[in-house]
Design a protein around this ligand. Structure first.
Ligand SMILES: Nc1ncnc2c1ncn2[C@@H]1O[C@H](COP(=O)(O)OP(=O)(O)OP(=O)(O)O)[C@@H](O)[C@H]1O
Ligand SMILES: [Mg+2]
Length: 631
């Protein structure tokens, strides 16, 4: 059996008006540099003028300068040659200035695009990220960005220059000799059709290169992310096979695109050469008949070389343009996606804290608090500021997208300061409930409120400072342990970090690390065990000091001492707060005031741990099995 291929959903469906959106995006990026763009346009026009004017001086030198020099007056010839040299030098200076300025501006534009894309991707709701593969977003920021950068840096200016040069040459040809110019323009007719057909086929080929390179990156990112599973199950040959398939698609798309380029280049060259031959024949005849001068014919031949020279550049530029516009379309599609969870236009505030804590709850928590106070002195200052808030779910119904209802109809009230353990079979909807209470998703129907305020009415700052979700992964970012704890509150000083680590019992471990709190967690010697990583995430919560903590407990099996340690830390962290713990370990339930048993999106049991254990329900069975497993 081979690793499943990335399914068809992964091939992004771009909206039909995406080309327009990509253009609008490009325009919005260039707009802040409008003055520079106009300046560059002037440079382009001047450069083109100097390039085009050169052969005019040559024609003048041949037709006027040489005969006069033969007659003993070298002045006009010297002037014509000097003018030619001058125009060449001027165009060289302009080429330097333009390349430099284009480089600077293009980098600024791409920089802005990168940061805009990154900011937007971070703003998109969790639902978007759960639906899409991170590899695809990686390819937006890497290969697509590279393509846009190449186009802006290397070919936008050249394209403009080539177009102006061709226009000026066309005008000059008419001025020099109308019949000969008409012969040249006849060559435009096949050129027009060649360009038109190349445009369509190239666009499709380049779109395919963008999609297929994205697939290669998706596959790569996924393999690296799952490298443990890949190696554990020896799936390397399958992964390599799939990558080969994706790579083949990418190679073929590129080959097709380049075949188009070759075809285009060949045809334009042919048309150019045929036109030149015709011009030489017709021009020679006109000179013989004395209808035109030899200098004009020489200028025509020089111009034709110049004319088809830019055409070659245009082909190259066209190439990069196709690739960049396909990339820009993909980015425009990401930027065009609005987050589904949005901040309110007019946010409401949560009521000031009342004396929730003194009206505190059951005994289990008091025991926990005592436990915690023996743990360290560091936490007491913090916990005195902790206050819970009540949580209500009113008539909540929820489904992911158009999927089936995960929570069919849900009503739940959790008073301030209560610690609730949520248990239930896999797929019961526990994590979903957690994501609603923390507003990573909005309910499809009904309301989720804290202290009677709808979560949708809170601005992000208040929401995130009041409600913290501790996920199973306990993600560590590159940096030191202290930095990682400080994620909970970037303003915390070293003493706060130390107090938080001490409170959750992490301090002794950190002291054993090579550089203590300054140990780099991604370097050798700084790796933490999964239990220690959990403690880091508890220390973050401690620093963040939220009113409500929602904890999706890791299922990883800790040994008994580590489990004790984590339980104790948990009790400290949750003291005085409202908490929902998705409990995978029944020992966790012991610190809870209340247990909710969930099944298929419904609460089937609700009571204190003692009530449920002594009852005859599902929880009593689970608890008995767990007890038995301990002896
Ligand atoms: N992002 C998602 N998109 C679509 N369906 C989802 C998504 N997340 C979860 N589901 C579905 O919702 C249901 C409830 O999932 P949920 O993650 O809430 O279960 P859970 O109780 O946390 O399970 P576990 O104990 O295994 O973590 C499952 O049927 C699952 O397939
Ligand atoms: Mg879950």
């Amino acid at each position: 059996m081979s690793t499943p291929r990335i399914d068809e959903d992964e091939v992004e469906q771009l909206p039909p008006d995406i080309a327009k959106k990509a253009r609008a995006l490009l325009l919005s990026l260039v707009r802040p540099h409008l003055a520079m763009a106009i300046f560059l346009l002037v440079i382009v026009v001047l450069t083109a003028l100097f390039l085009v004017i050169g052969p005019v001086f040559i024609a003048d030198a041949l037709d006027n300068g040489v005969p006069k020099a033969v007659d003993g007056d070298p002045g006009p010839l010297i002037r014509a040659v000097a003018a030619f040299v001058g125009s060449t030098i001027a165009s060289a200076v302009l080429a330097f200035a333009s390349t430099r300025l284009v480089g600077i501006t293009a980098q600024k534009v791409v920089y802005r695009l990168r940061s805009r894309l990154f900011t937007h991707i971070q703003r998109l709701d969790l639902g978007y990220h759960e639906r899409s593969t991170s590899g695809r977003l990686v390819s937006r920021q890497t290969s697509d960005m590279e393509s846009v950068q190449q186009f802006l840096t290397y070919s936008l200016f050249d394209t403009a220059l080539a177009l102006f040069e061709m226009t000026f040459i066309a005008v000059t040809l008419i001025v020099l000799d109308v019949p000969l110019a008409l012969v040249v323009f006849l060559g435009f007719i096949p050129l027009f059709f060649i360009t038109k057909s190349a445009h369509t086929s190239q666009r499709n080929a380049y779109r395919r290169t963008r999609t297929s390179i994205a697939k290669v990156i998706v596959h790569f990112v996924e393999t690296m992310g799952g490298i443990r599973a890949v190696q554990a199950y020896r799936r390397q040959p399958d992964r390599r096979g799939t990558l080969k398939d994706e790579d083949t698609l990418y190679r073929d798309a590129n080959t097709d695109a380049l075949r188009g380029v070759a075809w285009f280049a060949g045809w334009t060259r042919l048309v150019g050469n045929v036109t030149q031959t015709v011009i030489i024949i017709v021009g020679a005849w006109l000179v013989i008949e004395d209808w035109t001068q030899i200098g004009v014919l020489a200028a025509f031949i020089l111009y034709l070389r110049r004319f088809y020279g830019p055409l070659d550049e245009l082909v190259q530029a066209f190439n990069l343009y196709q690739s960049a516009s396909a990339a820009l379309e993909k980015m425009a599609a990401v930027l065009d996606t609005d987050p589904e969870v949005v901040e309110p236009a007019r946010p409401k505030s949560l009521p000031a804290h009342s004396a929730h804590r003194s009206s505190g709850t059951a005994s289990a928590k008091d025991t926990a608090a005592q436990d915690a106070s023996t743990n360290s002195a560091g936490q007491s200052a913090n916990s005195s500021t902790a206050n819970g808030r009540s949580i209500d779910l009113n008539h909540v119904r929820f489904s992911y997208g158009d999927g089936p209802d995960v929570l069919p109809r849900f009503d739940l009230r959790i008073p301030a300061g209560e610690i609730v353990a949520l248990v239930g079979a896999t797929g019961a909807g526990k994590s979903t409930l957690a994501k609603l209470v923390t507003r990573f998703y909005d309910p499809s129907e009904g309301r989720v409120t804290i202290d009677e305020v709808d979560l949708r009415d809170l601005d992000d700052a208040q929401l995130r400072s009041s409600v913290v979700m501790v996920t199973q992964e306990s993600f560590l970012f590159a940096g030191t342990i202290a930095d990682n704890i400080r994620i909970g509150n970037p303003d915390a000083d070293d003493d706060d970090v130390l107090a938080a680590a001490t409170a959750v019992g992490l301090d002794p471990y950190i002291r054993n690390l090579p550089d203590g709190y300054d140990t780099d967690v991604k370097k050798r010697g700084g790796r933490l065990s999964s239990g220690q990583r959990q403690l880091v995430s508890f220390a973050r919560v401690f620093l963040a000091n939220p009113d409500i903590v929602v904890l999706d407990e890791a299922t990883a099996h800790l040994d008994i001492p580590s489990e004790r340690l984590v339980q104790k830390a948990l009790a400290t962290v949750l003291e005085g707060r409202t908490a929902i713990i998705i409990a995978h370990r029944l020992s966790t339930v012991e610190i809870a005031d209340r247990v909710l048993v969930m099944d298929s999106g419904r609460i089937i049991e609700d009571g204190t741990p003692d009530e449920l254990i002594s009852g005859a329900g599902k929880f009593a069975q689970l608890h008995k099995a767990w007890r038995d497993s301990l002896v």
